[in-house]
Design a protein around this ligand. Structure first.
Ligand code: 9MR
Length: 457
């Protein structure tokens, strides 16, 4: 058994040396999946998931490998969750939550109040009966998923395409205050979820619809209507192309004091042109501090609601397209990931690497920020790698007596109360020297108050 041992020792030494090189070489630091690369930038990279495709092994393995946020493409819409009035069917959508937990992924909830995909009973309603049915739907659904959803699309597509005013719908006819009513109802139901307004054709700053939504958000912020984020669906095609002022739009909304998220991205086209646009969208999000993350509206071109426009990052066979490479490279700040098989212990490596490098001492450090309310809290933890970089990490915290963790994202938790250790999930264990990654957890009671302890795993 000597030979394998020697091999292991040599391998370890080689990896150690190569690991030090990794820390110094930008190209080798680059993360090799979308989720990992986004996590290194404090963002998520998500996809719409169609639950009935999970049995497709190609689809399922790309989902597990690449994404750290999911949105149900149809299964959390009003007709799916409340097919008969006040009779809720959560079975299918619950499977997505289970899957997201297994993946350590966030969930975007989509969508609570919308003129489209209403069940028949709701389509036939109006006035105060419809308004209270809307409130009941929001309350019941958000209560069922309380603590499990990162961001909810509370209201979807409420603006008219042409004039920047409200879209006519049965909900709009209940009174112009239906949107703020929906947001207030949502805040009461799950105070920890981010509450988003989500729409399409709001990407171009000079379009009337963009201005209409902007003015509503500005008014909501001025009057204290609870809104935390604006979702930009960003379905780009020749009729609604990616605009040169997209970054300006994202930044202007963020400057109102809301987060911005790209929620349903797809870009019709192919080859280099499509790849360039995808890369530009990612760079725009990264340039806006409050741009939390990007969700693409499906995995393979053949999974798309607009399959003929081949608008996604993987081809019908599950192979990454040039658009995928452009997105990954943009997330990595222009660098290309190392191949999964490197570093090879036999590859040449300088014998005495330069001692220069990031300054954070120790294996890693962790800092927290807490959003607390009576009876509950959300803690976001930033993990910063020390001068050697990390291939895995653990963060230990101690919860006060009576408090417990109800939900964790981008990490897995060893326990729900007392001393809890959070470990990296598959896509965010690798953190280059001096770089950061984030995870979070939600709980009942009070947040841990002491400093967290970070160690390499
Ligand atoms: O991708 C969804 C498709 O499978 C449905 O048939 C369609 C029905 O309305 O909804 C699609 O998703 C929409 C999303 O919920 C809201 N923004 C526009 C999306 C594409 O139509």
């Amino acid at each position: 058994m000597n030979r394998p041992r020697t091999t292991v020792a040599a391998l370890a030494a080689g990896l150690l040396a190569a690991g030090t090189i990794l820390a110094l070489s930008p190209s080798a630091e680059a993360a090799s999946t979308l989720g990992a690369a986004a996590a290194e930038k404090g963002r998520y990279f998500g996809t719409a998931v169609s639950l009935n495709r999970l049995s497709d092994s190609t689809y399922s393995s790309i989902l597990n490998r690449e994404f750290n946020s999911v949105t149900a493409e149809n299964e959390m819409k009003i007709d799916a969750l409340e097919p008969q009035q006040n009779q809720f069917n959560f079975t299918t959508a619950d499977r997505l939550i289970t899957r997201a937990n297994e993946m350590g992924a966030k969930v975007r909830g989509h969508t609570l109040a919308w003129h489209s995909q209403q069940p028949e009973w709701m389509r036939n309603m109006s006035g105060t009966a419809l308004r209270s049915a809307m409130r009941n739907h929001i309350t019941q659904v958000m209560t069922h998923y309380k603590g499990k959803i990162d961001s909810w699309d509370v209201v979807n597509e409420a603006f008219d395409d042409g004039n920047g005013g409200r879209r006519d719908s049965n909900l709009q006819r209940t009174g112009n205050d239906w949107i703020e009513d929906a947001f207030r109802t949502a805040r009461a139901a799950d105070p920890a979820a981010k509450l988003c307004y989500n729409d399409y054709n709001t990407d171009n700053w000079s379009w009337a619809k963009t201005q209409g939504v902007y003015n509503m958000v500005k008014d909501f912020k001025a009057r204290g209507v609870p809104i935390d984020c604006v979702g930009f669906q960003s379905h780009f095609n020749s009729g609604s192309p990616y605009p040169a002022n997209y970054r300006t739009t994202l930044q202007n909304f963020a400057d109102l004091g809301v987060d911005v998220q790209i929620t349903e991205l797809d870009i019709e086209g192919s080859g280099t042109a499509q790849a360039t646009t995808y890369g530009n969208v990612v760079k725009d999000c990264l340039a806006v501090t409050r741009c939390n993350g990007i969700t693409v509206w499906g995995i393979r071109d053949t999974d798309s609601w607009r399959a003929s426009g081949t608008p996604l990052l993987f081809d019908g066979s599950g192979n990454p397209k040039p658009a995928y490479n452009a997105v990954l490279s943009a997330l990595n700040g222009g660098t290309t990931p190392s191949s999964p098989s490197s570093p090879s212990p036999s590859s040449p490596s300088p014998s005495s690497p330069s001692p220069s490098g990031p300054t954070t001492p120790g294996a890693c450090s962790a800092t927290t920020s807490v959003n607390a309310w009576t009876g509950g809290f959300v803690t976001t933890v930033k993990v910063t790698a020390g001068s050697s970089g990390l291939t895995g990490w653990r963060v230990a915290v101690t919860l006060p007596g009576g408090s417990s963790v109800t939900n964790t994202w981008s990490a897995s938790a060893s326990a729900t109360s007392g001393a809890v250790t959070f470990s990296n999930v598959s896509y965010n264990g690798r953190v280059a020297a001096g770089q950061t990654t984030e995870f979070g957890f939600q709980g009942t009671g009070s947040a841990p108050s002491g400093a967290p302890t970070c160690s390499a795993a």
